[in-house]
Design a protein around this ligand. Structure first.
Ligand SMILES: [Zn+2]
Length: 419
């Protein structure tokens, strides 16, 4: 009998496909089309791609890894996807709290940026941001700031995936004195990071109210020339809507549609003050939405109609927004928690946004918002390796009843290094 068993193992070893790593865990949350949660699961990885996902027994039978990480008490899940932030602003944390957006921006942030922002500031601020993001399970972040090439270097150094765009704004800033300069900078940036494994270069006009129509049109044209995503703040505050209604009698979403801004891959951050007609436009143009509940609550901006957006099938992801005043951290577990609770309390319906829907927003739906769902957001064969391991038995995770709803149980996560 032992001899037959040994022979069996020998045949298995011969048949086994090489893998770089096998990671096994008590639960593997796949976020695949069936939303499978595999008990005693494992993932086999080669290079930066997932070879297979299955039970530990299946994966061990088919693959021979160079390295293995067995975490029998952990949950393995897709790395979280931050769809909107300004990472380097971590160095401004605590500079101004308890203010409305316009006061916060105009009286504190814009002047502080004019005085302090340099390439070095951005490098260290982004490094701190990446550290915090990695420690709370985020492996992809979407950023809009200045010296964005330095942000890209810091992201690569941290092994993080970035969708990054240089802010294009209608007044002089540290690295670009005019929107034309910022557009030229963006084109160089797009060329430098074409086909990069970790960096997706984007075009990032700050907002409708901080840019001319000509700049916005040029930004769209540039994004389409390089098949890059365009990221923009949209209808964050009531004031932004009121001003546009007074000026042109249309909502910001409609104005931008009239300008052709949505004619291509786009991500709109906030979308708090959008009505049915706006949501229909966003849906028909395939615009991804970055919902930022912490920021919207802290700046009293309002509550985005996320339940309605999800019912319409919009691709809604989550973002912590800036870590200075509009939030004070990068924790995506907090965003999941607040996104769900905000919808529950404002609709007085506990099923308005279930835990699984919040997790979808932080993973596969966030990937869809960025137009990257074929690459990231789920643990499936062929996807890029990008996962997080959560401690199931941390204090907040006990008693453990259901993978995917243990809230902040896994806020301290251990990330797999990336290529
Ligand atoms: Zn923002």
């Amino acid at each position: 009998m032992p001899r037959i068993f040994n022979f069996f193992l020998f045949v298995l070893a011969l048949a086994a496909e090489p893998a770089d790593i096998i990671w096994s865990a008590r639960y593997v949350i796949t976020m695949d089309a069936q939303r499978r949660v595999i008990e005693n699961g494992a993932v086999a990885i080669r290079g930066d791609r997932i070879l297979a996902v299955g039970t530990k027994a299946e994966i061990d039978a088919h693959f021979q890894p160079k390295l293995r990480l067995d975490r029998p008490d952990a949950i393995l899940a897709p790395g979280l996807i931050n769809t909107h932030t300004h990472a380097a602003m971590s160095l401004f944390r605590g500079i101004a709290d308890d203010l409305k957006l316009q006061d916060w921006l105009e009286k504190f942030i814009f002047p502080a940026e004019a005085k302090n922002v340099t390439a070095d500031f951005v490098r260290w601020g982004t490094r701190l941001g990446c550290l915090e993001m990695l420690l709370s399970g985020t492996t992809t972040f979407t950023d809009m700031y200045y010296f964005e090439d330095v942000v890209a270097e810091a992201a690569r150094e941290a092994g993080m995936r970035g969708v990054l765009g240089e802010t294009i704004i209608g007044f002089p800033v540290a690295d670009n004195k005019t929107p034309a300069d910022a557009l030229a900078y963006t084109e160089r940036f797009l060329k430098r990071f074409q086909n990069d494994a970790l960096i997706t270069a984007a075009v990032a006009p700050h907002a409708l109210y901080t840019n001319s129509d000509e700049t916005l049109k040029a930004a769209r044209a540039l994004a389409n020339k390089y098949q890059a995503p365009l990221i923009i703040h949209l209808s964050e505050t009531k004031k932004e809507n009121d001003d546009e209604l007074a000026k042109r009698h249309t909502t910001p979403t409609k104005t931008l549609d009239n300008l052709g801004l949505w004619n291509g891959r786009s991500v709109a951050a906030h979308a708090v003050w959008v009505d049915e007609a706006d949501m229909a436009i966003l849906k028909s143009r395939g615009v991804g939405v970055a919902h930022c509940p912490s920021s919207n609550m802290k700046l009293s901006s309002g509550v985005a109609p996320v339940t309605r957006m999800l019912a319409l099938g919009l691709a809604v992801g989550l973002g912590p927004d800036g870590p200075a005043g509009s939030n004070n951290d990068f924790n995506m577990f907090e965003e999941m928690d607040l996104a769900a609770k905000l919808q529950k309390v404002t609709t007085m319906n506990p099923q308005a946004l279930p835990a699984t829907a919040a997790l979808e927003m932080a993973t596969i739906r966030g990937a869809r918002a960025l137009g990257m769902e074929k690459e990231i957001g789920s643990l499936e064969t062929g996807r890029r390796e990008s996962s997080e391991g959560l401690e199931k038995n941390s204090g907040g995770g006990r008693p453990f009843r259901r993978a995917g709803s243990s809230g902040r149980a896994g806020a301290e996560s251990q990330l797999r290094p990336q290529p």
